[in-house]
Design a binder for this molecule. Sequence first.
Ligand SMILES: C[S@@+](CC[C@H](N)C(=O)[O-])C[C@H]1O[C@@H](n2cnc3c(N)ncnc32)[C@H](O)[C@@H]1O
Length: 246
Amino acid sequence: MGKVHLTGAGPGDIELLTIKALRVIKEADVIIYDRLANPDILQEAKNGCEFVYVGKEDGRHIVPQDDINEVIYQNALKHENVVRLKGGDPFVFGRGGEEALYLRDRGISFDVIPGITSAISAPAYAGIPVTHRGVSVSFRVVTGHESPNKKESQIPWETFKTDDTIVFLMGLHNLPKISKKLMEIGKPKNYPCAVISKGTTKEQSVVVGTLEDIVAKTKDVPTPALIVVGRVVELREQLQWFEGNE
Ligand SMILES: C[S@@+](CC[C@H](N)C(=O)[O-])C[C@H]1O[C@@H](n2cnc3c(N)ncnc32)[C@H](O)[C@@H]1O
């Protein structure tokens, strides 16, 4: 039986891969990967390495998660070094925990190689620090997949009244509901927010707006994209460094 490395591929820029991730990729007999992992990373694999695509887009699995778990398990029975490569960090909305539990229950050894999550790095490449002295003392990474209209929401919307930064992943399709909900709990209409698409890649684009106008401004934004809500967005005006300098 082999070992599975649940490995973060980082957010897009291949140079944001960790040295440890690169090492296990070079040693892998098989790499099971997602759409969000930069495919250029696969070129680092050794000759003869197998590649298994189990695409994943905006929280929707093209291959159901149960089947992905089984694919990883079956590969661990056949190969010594199995890399499960996931966009960003495997434990940040990556279902890495579920995959680890599935393997553990079947006696397969695994380790976790954290990756640079898009939740922090895409804002950073957009010139938006998720915390900033005097502006925001904390940040939250929240699923945007759950509709704010859901009856028994697990998201504590009422606690979002402060100026702490909120990063919504998987939320572009719910942006009209998210922005409306934030205004309903008392955030001002002109409260700053931004949508970052394809963050850290050459195709990165950033739209800055307010809770009131962000939906109209982001009609055709390509995915993957995340939403940053907070006064820290205003710092982009001075800190924007990436676009145009890629
Ligand atoms: C299923 S979650 C996986 C998150 C990933 N594990 C991470 O740590 O970045 C997918 C969501 O992450 C966000 N995302 C991932 N890569 C991104 C990127 N390069 N730019 C902007 N958002 C990204 C989007 O909100 C997307 O819908």
